[in-house]
Design a protein around this ligand. Structure first.
Ligand SMILES: Nc1ncnc2c1ncn2[C@@H]1O[C@H](COP(=O)(O)OP(=O)(O)OP(=O)(O)O)[C@@H](O)[C@H]1O
Length: 292
């Protein structure tokens, strides 16, 4: 494991030039306009590149801007300064080369698991029979062959998450963006879902940006772990390469000595920022306000 130096860290530094990056954030600032007329600068000067095939986790104190970065990569938020590049081209509007998985399910309660997965192919004009066949195949891959006709309320949290994964992956996105996807699940189900995700990802490695509060989960899954500073005007303070062998079992790998060493190093960066965030409490600063 090695710490990439900031400020040029990121996959651009760690894994090839940003020109070849699946996602490249360059000098990105994001400022929100508040209802009271004020502004809040969430992130400032973000340089972060994710290479094709790379699994990158983003960790940082609560409210630092992890989701904001993911939203910028998804094209849901436009930066107030800087650029977002997708496979070398400026991102304009929604990132249609990406699939997005949020913490909360976005399943339609009136549709069965099969129909929820199938519907993802509708915008692509896939004929009905083929769409149903492919949806069945994806539900089998996520271990839900026996549940295709169930409605979301008849599924457990972990099963719903599997349907959501199938719904996203059936479109074969070149970039996967995941925001605390396993957040609401219990610890055991999180591990099962983590292994399922690694299994699916390792078949045809897509660029993957993964936001999590769980540092152990980040290390177990990722090729790189990026640490953000406390906001406002949060930046990237450290970028660690996780040189643990693959394939990995995310429960077993936590028992390895190398895992503990990596954890200790990353936590030493993260802890400082978590403490700063606590010290700042809920305070808001105007644009340009630097973290104390
Ligand atoms: N639409 C918005 N308007 C104003 N402020 C916003 C908006 N969206 C996010 N913020 C603020 O920007 C900061 C970053 O939010 P973000 O959700 O990206 O943080 P996060 O690191 O993902 O948080 P958490 O770990 O708690 O999920 C927070 O202080 C948040 O309050």
């Amino acid at each position: 494991m090695e710490l990439q130096d900031r400020p040029q860290a990121g996959a651009g530094a760690a894994a090839g030039s940003p020109d070849g990056a699946a996602v490249a954030l360059a000098g990105v600032d994001i400022t929100f306009h508040l209802a009271d007329g004020g502004r809040y600068q969430a992130v400032k000067g973000i340089d972060l590149s994710v290479s094709p095939g790379e699994f990158v986790s983003i960790v940082g104190p609560t409210g630092c801007g992890k989701s904001t970065l993911l939203n910028a990569a998804a094209g849901l938020l436009a930066p107030s300064a800087g650029r977002v590049g997708i496979f070398g081209k400026p991102l304009v509007g929604l990132n249609r080369r990406a699939g997005y998985l949020f913490q909360q399910d976005a399943l339609m309660p009136w549709k069965t698991a099969l129909d929820n997965v199938k519907v993802a192919l509708e915008p692509m004009g896939v004929p009905e029979r083929e769409a149903a066949q492919r949806a069945r195949e994806w539900l089998a891959r996520v271990g839900l062959s026996a549940f295709v006709d169930r409605y979301p309320h008849m599924l457990s949290g972990g099963q719903r998450k599997r349907v959501s994964l199938a719904q996203m992956l059936i479109r074969n996105p070149e970039i996967i963006l995941m925001d605390e996807p396993f957040g609401p699940l219990d610890a055991q189900t999180r591990q099962i879902m983590g292994n399922l995700l690694l299994d699916l990802w390792s078949r045809d490695r897509k660029a993957l940006m993964f936001v999590t509060h769980d540092l152990e989960e980040a290390i177990a899954l990722s090729d790189r772990v990026v640490v953000m500073s406390a906001g406002p005007a949060a930046g990237i303070v450290a970028d660690y390469r996780v040189a643990l062998p693959r394939p990995r079992d995310i429960a077993d790998i936590r028992l390895e000595k190398a895992f503990h060493e990596i954890h200790r190093d990353i936590w030493s960066s993260l802890r400082v920022e978590v403490q700063k965030a606590y010290a700042m409490g809920e305070g808001r600063e105007l644009v340009g306000g630097d973290a104390p």
